[in-house]
Design a protein around this ligand. Structure first.
Ligand code: BTN
Length: 335
């Protein structure tokens, strides 16, 4: 769905991009070509700047597109995506409570948003993390939720967060060159510090899934110290900007992640979880190590994390020699 205001921006940008490299276009020509008044031209320039485009203005010459945006605005994202379904509809918000809540409410029976809807926000006031935790979501991070309507047996949904984690990892590798590691269940880590997390909400019947919303939080261009309250005794927190020493394009990051996500979702649908679980294991460095499992509602365990089941549960060898499967909780790795 292309909204009216979006169409006006796309039209305006295409006028500014008519020459390569972009040249100055006078306000008068812009107004005429876009079919708007001179004051509407100025408003549009301000809007583009607020979306992160660099627009030079020169008295007597007009306006020139000096720099493209790196923000995940829908018209650029849709243009860039080579996906079949994911990101065909994008909702981009400056600020919201939680993209997860928005996507979930849009998925319900009344609104029935389409398969592949992506909701992105610059800031969240009530971002949600796993196990009912709060997820701090200041400006500069990449906070988004993806609605999917997979033809999938309910028993397989536990694999979805692993699919998302490998897609986030792959996007970070491709966009930054950094090679994050994965930590059970769904954390993406750089040098032992958490850089991104995944949240899954589903609506399912006994046999099949109605829809799933995959929430992704990537600490992209933020100061990691702003996230201090999120630091736990389990791990520190970092951001891509902190690791790289410069900003990353959130537009590239979300586009690459959605392409990877669609690719791995197709593999899951076609071949089942085997390849997903083995891709996850390849990038996890906790297997074979002594860990402590901290459970929200059950007992805590100590043992060697030795494998992952096809449903994503973590296999633990207790000191007694007994093997158990863990389906939820947090892990502290003892290095
Ligand atoms: C975790 O605890 O590791 C999961 C964090 C997931 C955060 C993302 S940010 C976008 C989406 N909206 C939310 O409210 N949460 C998820």
């Amino acid at each position: 769905m292309v909204r009216n205001s979006e169409q006006a921006i796309i039209r305006f940008l295409s006028i500014l991009r008519a020459t390569e490299p972009p040249q100055y276009v006078s306000g008068e020509v812009l107004a005429r070509r876009a079919g708007v008044s001179r004051s509407a031209v100025w408003k549009q320039v301000r809007r583009l700047r607020s979306y992160g485009y660099g627009i030079d203005s020169m008295r007597g010459a007009g306006y020139r597109l000096a720099r493209n945006t790196q923000s995940p605005v829908p018209w650029e994202l849709k243009n860039r995506l080579k996906t079949r379904t994911l990101g065909r509809d994008v909702m981009y918000l400056g600020s919201t409570d939680s993209t997860q809540s928005i996507a979930l409410s849009m998925a319900n029976k009344k609104l029935r948003a389409a398969d592949g809807l992506v909701v992105i926000a610059d800031r969240q006031s009530s971002g949600r993390g796993r196990l009912g935790r709060k997820w701090l979501s200041p400006q500069g991070g990449l906070w988004f939720s993806v609605l999917i309507r997979p033809k999938m047996a309910t028993a397989q949904v536990t694999v979805l967060p692993f699919v998302a984690a490998i897609a986030v990892r792959e996007a970070i590798v491709k966009c930054t060159g950094i090679e994050p590691r994965l930590k059970w269940p769904n954390d993406i880590m750089i040098s032992g510090k958490k850089v991104a997390g995944i949240l899954l909400d589903i609506s399912a019947e006994a046999e099949s899934v109605n829809y799933a919303v995959i929430g992704v939080g990537i600490n992209a261009n933020i100061d990691a110290s702003m996230l201090a309250p999120q630091v736990t005794s389990l791990h520190g927190i970092t951001s891509l900007r902190t690791e790289l020493g410069h900003e990353v394009s959130r537009l590239d990051l979300v586009a690459t992640m959605l392409e990877s996500l669609e690719y791995y979702l197709d593999i899951l649908a076609k071949d089942g979880p085997t390849e997903i679980i083995s891709a996850w294991k390849k990038h996890a460095d906790m297997l074979g190590r002594r860990v402590e499992i901290l459970s929200n509602d059950g007992p805590n365990y100590d043992g060697i994390a030795f494998d992952l089941e096809e449903d994503g549960s973590l296999l633990l060898m207790l000191d007694t020699g007994k093997k158990i499967g863990i389906t939820s909780g947090d892990v502290r790795v003892r290095y």
